[in-house]
Ligand binder design. Structure first.
Ligand code: PRP
Ligand code: URA
Length: 210
């Protein structure tokens, strides 16, 4: 339905996502699940990374090997909730650089408000993975992509856990070159901008705020 979207149907991701949605899941478990899902999503979202040949010395002889080509990957969590996805991915890709984009949604207009931007250099040559568990109206993600592109980023992927069709469509309209990876494509947005069925406010559930 959406050419920019890949829904990751791996059984472990879907099992953990169902636990994440559960309203009785406590903050501590919520955090652990977001990390675990992020690790599994990153594994899938990096499956097509280009490799280059290298050599390696084993204890016995020199042999041919492979390494991921190009500059180190950059993980860019959108504050706050994107922070919850970083550790799980760093476990898999310890050399990844980490930048931050600060955005929050105005409660009345649902428009993103920008407050922080700090990312690793060499933007033109780097692959960026922007992280945010929730893609709702798409306002925050679209603005984050625009900010990255403005400083020269050319290769960007977006990893979210739950996406609304409205957000995917907005990403497609504004940034058709950005592949979106999600654990679920949910039904719709509520009149107040929450994803249905969703999992509630990801930032509040991660950090125990309300
Ligand atoms: C949430 C979420 C996304 C944004 C998604 O953040 O983490 O960043 O909303 O909504 P959108 O697609 O309609 O822009 P929130 O604004 O609640 O900020 P917080 O993480 O600081 O609480
Ligand atoms: N942000 C969230 O944290 N949850 C939603 O359902 C929508 C936006």
């Amino acid at each position: 339905m959406f050419p920019n979207l890949t829904v990751l149907a791996h059984p472990l991701i879907q099992h953990k996502l169902t636990k994440l949605r559960n309203r009785t899941t406590a903050t501590r478990d919520f955090k652990a699940l977001v990390n675990e899902i992020s690790t599994l999503m990153a594994y899938e979202a990096t499956a097509d990374l280009p490799l280059e040949p290298t050599t390696v010395e084993t204890p016995l002889e020199t042999t041919a090997g492979m390494r991921v080509a190009g500059k180190k990957l950059a993980l860019i969590p959108i504050l706050r909730a994107g922070l919850g996805m970083v550790d799980g991915i760093v476990q898999l890709i310890p050399s990844a650089r980490v930048g931050h984009i600060g955005l929050y949604r105005d409660h009345d207009t649902l428009e993103p408000v920008h407050y922080y931007f700090k990312i690793p250099g060499d933007e033109e040559d780097r692959l960026f993975f922007v992280l945010d568990p929730m893609l709702a109206t798409g306002g925050s993600a679209v603005q984050a992509m625009s900010a990255l592109k403005q400083v020269g980023a050319r290769r960007i992927r977006f990893l979210c856990i739950v996406a609304a069709p409205e957000g995917i469509k907005r990403m497609l309209d504004h940034h058709p070159d950005v592949r979106v990876f999600a654990a679920a494509l949910d039904r719709e947005l509520s009149s107040s901008g929450y994803i249905l069925p969703g999992l509630g406010d990801a930032g509040d559930r991660l950090f125990g705020t309300r």
